[in-house]
Design a protein around this ligand. Structure first.
Ligand code: SF4
Length: 431
């Protein structure tokens, strides 16, 4: 059984991620369109217009639910058969849809065109369409695009593609601006508010979040910007920010007490915050987080966990489970291993853990069954068949939809893992 790793140990120099097992075959992940679900909730004056098929529209409606009392902030421009057959000019059709939408919804400040498999198959150049529409409708309505196609993207890459496109629209900071902090990655508003309060208490006043709640509040960026990723899957966004001159602050991700402390400390060190001040400001939150996780430790400690590749949060979830909840990790799979972004997480995991990148799902299922873990973290398509075999699972997409970052959410994160184990134990007693 593992003991919790003290946060001070979480700031040790990272070692590179271990060599992963790479297998290519059938893989099971949602497409990047799914990112619209949390992005449209986050940016309150944006509209996400998916240019896709009826299949895309059905996926979005069933995954996001239909809003009955509010005007929707996403929709699908359906590519019909005559578009696919090249009998209609897609640009004219899209112009008509956008004109109708923007005249009916003047409250939309940012229109985001989201590409799909069908728009990619017919080679519809969405970025050119977005540029043209932006020339027509800006500055009242800004238009940009990104790809959420399932041919190329997993669901969290949708957010990465969107933010990378958004970085291109950020204003440049002035050379004489003082150092500012940019937190990159969509966070629940409640989590964002908590972090903002901590940064302010530490004395870091110039803090912005990307994406912001309103598309008109875009932060400026330049060589005097230091950025901290809040999500590990934002590789292209990090590259786009570096190209704008911003510098990346490496850190573990803010999951659990130790991860949150190490993440905040990395920022505090950049801004020269004294260690005593940092300790005094973070101590109450650290203690609350430890107590909250301790409530679930008995249920999680010593449990053997297998993580299938899905959300790209897997290395961070594994580190939390191992370091703070005392679980044993058998395999941590991830669709893509962004070594630089997650090096600090792997530095805290034992070398004996099997790391896998990509997937041949049948072979991975065989490995999982042979290991017979206590808990399987996987996509929805695998969860039900495993449950039917009497195995205990948790859908990884829930970790993307739930607020799990920061001190106040550490207990909720532990509870997300503990809940299926508790349910399975109850079923065993009844049986
Ligand atoms: S983008 Fe592709 S994978 Fe996603 S719902 Fe549309 S057709 Fe399916």
């Amino acid at each position: 059984m593992n003991r919790p790793v003290p946060a001070s140990d979480m700031t040790a120099a990272p070692c590179p991620a271990p060599t992963p097992l790479r297998q290519r075959g059938q893989h099971e992940v949602f497409c990047g369109l799914t990112s619209v679900i949390w992005l449209h909730r986050k940016i309150q004056d944006a509209f996400f217009l998916i240019v896709g098929s009826r299949t895309c529209a059905h996926l979005m409606q069933s995954a996001a639910g239909v809003m009955i009392f509010a005007e929707p902030r996403f929709g699908t421009a359906i590519i019909e058969e005559r578009d696919l057959a090249g009998m209609a000019d897609m640009h004219d059709e899209l112009d008509r849809v956008v004109d109708r939408l923007l005249s009916r919804r003047p409250d939309i400040n940012m229109l985001v065109l989201v590409g799909s498999c069908p728009s990619e198959v017919i080679k519809f150049d969405l970025s050119r369409a977005a540029e043209r529409l932006n020339e027509i409708h800006a500055p009242r309505h800004r238009v940009l695009s990104y790809s959420g196609s399932g041919i190329e993207t997993t669901f969290t890459q949708g957010e990465d593609n969107f933010l990378a496109a958004l970085v291109g629209r950020l204003p440049a900071s002035r050379p004489d601006d003082s150092l500012s902090l940019l937190i990159v990655g969509s966070l629940a508003d409640v989590v964002e508010d908590q972090f903002e309060r901590i940064f302010t208490a530490l004395g870091i006043d110039d803090v912005s979040f990307l994406p912001s709640r309103r598309s008109t509040d875009l932060p400026s960026v330049g060589p005097n910007t230091a950025f901290l990723l809040a999500q590990p899957f934002l590789n292209d966004t990090a590259g786009a920010l570096k190209k704008r001159g911003a510098r990346h602050i490496s850190a573990p991700f803010p999951l659990g007490e130790g991860g949150t402390t190490a993440w905040l400390k990395a920022a505090a060190d950049q801004f020269g915050i004294p260690a005593e001040r940092f300790d005094a400001i973070t101590l109450p939150g650290r203690e609350r987080a430890k107590k909250a996780v301790d409530l679930y430790r008995d249920r999680l400690a010593g449990k053997r966990v297998f993580l299938f590749p899905d959300s790209q949060l897997e290395p961070s979830l594994a580190r939390f489970l191992h370091c703070e909840a005392g679980a044993e990790i058998i395999e941590v799979g991830t669709p893509y291993l962004h070594r630089h972004n997650v090096a600090e997480e792997f530095a805290l995991l034992p070398d004996s853990i099997q790391v896998s990148e990509g997937q041949d799902v049948d072979l991975q299922i065989d490995r999982c069954k042979a290991a017979d873990p206590d808990l399987i973290i996987c996509g929805m398509g695998l969860g039900n068949p495993f449950e039917a075999e009497g195995r205990t699972t948790k859908w990884s997409i829930e970790f993307v939809f739930s607020p799990i970052q920061g001190y106040e959410q550490a207990g909720d994160l532990a509870e997300l893992f503990a809940r299926p184990l508790k349910r399975r134990a109850a079923l065993a007693v009844e049986a």
